[in-house]
Structure formats: structure tokens, C-alpha cells
Design a protein around this ligand. Structure first.
Ligand code: G6P
Length: 372
């Protein structure tokens, strides 16, 4: 097993460090020599894809958060409504789906029973199902109309890390493909974003190279009873995923919130010493929410929160209000989750390790949940 871990302390540690490859490999082979997007695998007729008037993402756990990130990108690029729903809720609420619905089932294992049942239910109503799955030969792709595989490689640790980045990457490829097919984007616009995506693995590596400080803070915080995570726009699902990782790996009470919701409740939780992670959007974004999130940091800092901020290189506005800043390289807003989630994964993994816990096999959890 030591050899399989490739010198890392745990599979989780290894898989976190595999993430540049998970993204690069998921992009590989999906462009032609001229850099144009080719997704031959999406064997769904172009007429059906052009007629789609709603996309519903069904998934569970971390895969559902990848869908939540994808919603921002796909709606922006394709101008088609995207709903993201936990597969177990979707199935039992008599959802409105029909022949013009594209159901996107995201699953690392391809075996999650709730997700499979959601696919079956949607197809019975005439919807077309596309699986985004990491495991070849698994059930969900077999029961879907088509599959777009993520190429993260085998994920052994129970809690998902590299599959998450690969899922975001694959949903983005799908979004760009649909945008081009449906005439929402010109080929050259798609190529620009593809080039930005291809630059992400090196940037993820940069984030990993900066892990030492994150790990140090995680060890200092090993006794903390509760951690809050705030984010906005694509940073919101990143905050949710950061909280999930900490629950799963370190058994710490953790909550993720949309930063805009702070004043509607969560701010009541803030008392002196409460650690709060804040995922800050790029200050360079066109409709930048940066200033709003910075003022959220001010508000919680004024109430005594310990603020741990994930911010882009060069963002100096956060510095006066941050107890700690974890830096990520600059990236387009929609691609930033591929970077900002990484320090949160490293934090949870290191804190759990410091507590002496088995990060690969957390208590009570299974890698794939094949019962309803
Ligand atoms: C389990 C795992 C999670 C995973 C979820 C969905 O709960 O512990 O890490 O996100 O299932 O799994 P899937 O294989 O469908 O992505």
C-alpha cells in the first residue's frame, strides 16, 4: 500500500496532489490539432441537444457541488436554465422533465444508487441523460444515453477530491460544446476559454506548491470545534465543498454559506475567535462581487471572527481584514473554483491527519453508496 500511495502519507494526500493531472487528462484528446473542441463521445443527436430547454444536474455529495459550480458556467455560456438537484430529492418530488430536458448525472463511481434512480426516472419521462462519470464500465453510464468520462484516474480515498476538479472540467467542456452547437458562442470564443482551461493545471500546481502555510494553520487549529465557510457566485459551492471536506475528514462541525446570506442569519453565529474561511472573487471580474465580499470580511472581523481568506495574487484589498491569506494565481472568474477549493482540501486533510484520523476511510462513510 505504501508504494501505491507514491510516497504520500495517504491516498487522499496523493489524490489532492494528482489534481493538475486530473484536470489536464480530462481536457486531453478533447480538442483537435487546431485547438477546436471535439466531443464525439457525446453521442446525442445535435437536433436533440439544440432543442433542450432545461438542463437538470442530478448528483450526490461532492459531485453535486461540481454541478452547482457548472450551473454558473453553463447558464452564462448557453443561456439555458440549469437546475442542480440532489438525486434523492429529485426522484421523489415529481419533477417536471420531458423530451426537451437534458439530465446530467455526475458521479465519480457511476454506482451511486440515488443518482442511478434519478436517471431512470428522468428517462422514463422522456428526458435524455448524459453521464459524467469517472469509472469505466459502471452502471450509470450504461443506463444513460451518453457518457462524458472524467479522466481523474482511480480515486481511492472515500472523500472525493480530484474527481471534483475533473467533474468541473468535464461539465465546462459540455457547456462550451453546447454553447457552440446552439450558436451562443463563436468557435474562437470557445477556443479562448479552452486555452484558459489548459492553463489551469499549472496554476493548480502553484496552489499545491504553496500548501505549507495552509498545513501549518490546519495543525494550529486541530482543536477548533467549528468552522464557517463563506463564498459567493462560484465561490459559494466552493465554500459548501470546503465545509463538507472538514465534516467528512475531521469530524468538525462546519457550515458553508452564501456570503450574501450572512446578514440573514449566519452572522449570528460569529463570536470572538470563530474561524471563518472566505472565498474571495477576483477583483478583476467584470461584474465584480469582490467589494461586497470584502465588506463581508470586514463585518465578521468587526465581530471578532478569525478570518482566513482565499484570495487571488495581487488582491491587496483583503489584507487589512484578513488574519490569514491563502493566495491562488489569477484566473477567469468561472475557472477560479479549480484553484480556490484546493487550500480547503489541504486544510481538511492536514487537520484530520493532525488529529490522528484516517483520512482515507473516515468513520461511517462509504466510497460509493449503492443503496437508496
Ligand atoms: C459518497 C462519497 C462522496 C461522494 C458521494 C457521491 O458519499 O463518500 O465522496 O461525493 O458518495 O459519489 P459518486 O460516486 O456518485 O460521485
Amino acid at each position: 500500500a505504501a508504494a501505491e500511495k507514491g510516497g504520500f502519507r495517504s491516498f487522499m494526500d496523493k489524490e489532492i496532489h494528482d489534481q493538475p493531472h486530473a484536470v489536464a487528462d480530462t481536457l486531453l484528446g478533447r480538442t483537435d490539432v487546431r485547438g477546436r473542441l471535439v466531443l464525439d463521445e457525446v453521442r446525442i443527436s445535435e437536433d436533440v441537444l439544440r432543442a433542450v430547454d432545461k438542463i437538470v444536474v442530478v448528483a450526490c455529495g461532492t459531485a453535486a457541488y461540481a454541478g452547482h459550480v457548472a450551473k454558473y458556467a453553463i447558464e452564462h455560456w448557453c443561456r439555458v436554465p440549469v437546475e442542480v438537484e440532489l438525486a434523492h430529492e429529485f426522484r421523489y418530488r415529481d419533477p417536471v422533465v420531458n423530451a426537451r430536458t437534458l439530465v446530467v448525472a455526475i458521479s465519480q463511481s457511476g454506482e451511486t444508487m440515488d443518482t442511478l434512480m434519478a436517471v431512470r426516472h428522468a428517462r422514463e419521462q422522456g428526458a435524455t441523460a448524459l453521464a459524467i462519470v469517472n469509472t469505466h464500465g459502471s452502471t450509470i453510464p450504461r443506463e444513460s444515453d451518453a457518457v462524458l468520462y472524467t479522466h481523474a484516474g482511480p480515486e481511492i480515498a472515500v472523500a472525493s477530491t480530484k474527481a471534483f476538479l475533473a467533474q468541473i472540467t468535464a461539465t465546462y467542456l459540455l457547456g462550451l460544446y453546447l454553447a457552440q452547437l446552439r450558436g451562443n458562442m463563436f468557435a474562437d470564443e470557445v477556443e479562448t476559454i479552452l486555452a484558459e482551461l489548459r492553463a489551469m493545471p499549472d496554476k493548480i500546481q502553484t496552489v499545491l506548491d504553496r500548501s505549507a502555510r495552509v498545513q501549518e494553520i490546519a495543525r494550529w487549529m486541530a482543536d477548533t470545534p467549528s468552522v464557517l465557510f463563506l463564498g459567493r457566485h462560484v465561490g459559494y459551492p466552493v465554500a459548501l465543498e470546503g465545509a463538507l471536506k472538514l465534516k467528512e475528514l475531521a469530524y468538525i462541525h462546519a457550515e458553508g454559506f452564501a456570503a450574501g446570506e450572512l446578514k440573514h442569519g449566519p452572522i449570528a453565529l460569529v463570536e470572538p475567535g470563530q474561524p471563518v474561511f472566505v472565498v474571495v472573487p477576483s477583483p478583476r471580474g467584470r461584474h465584480s462581487l469582490h467589494a461586497k465580499v470584502v465588506s463581508n470580511i470586514q463585518e465578521i472581523r468587526a465581530r471578532g471572527a478569525r478570518t482566513i481568506v482565499i484570495a487571488e495574487d495581487g488582491d491587496e484589498a483583503v489584507v487589512p481584514f484578513a488574519d490569514e491569506v491563502f493566495r491562488v494565481p489569477q484566473a477567469p472568474t468561472l475557472l477560479a473554483p479549480l484553484l480556490s477549493v484546493v487550500p480547503l482540501q489541504v486544510f481538511a486533510c492536514e487537520l484530520a491527519t493532525a488529529k490522528g484520523l484516517d483520512v482515507d476511510q473516515p468513520r461511517n462513510l462509504a466510497k460509493s453508496v449503492t443503496v437508496e
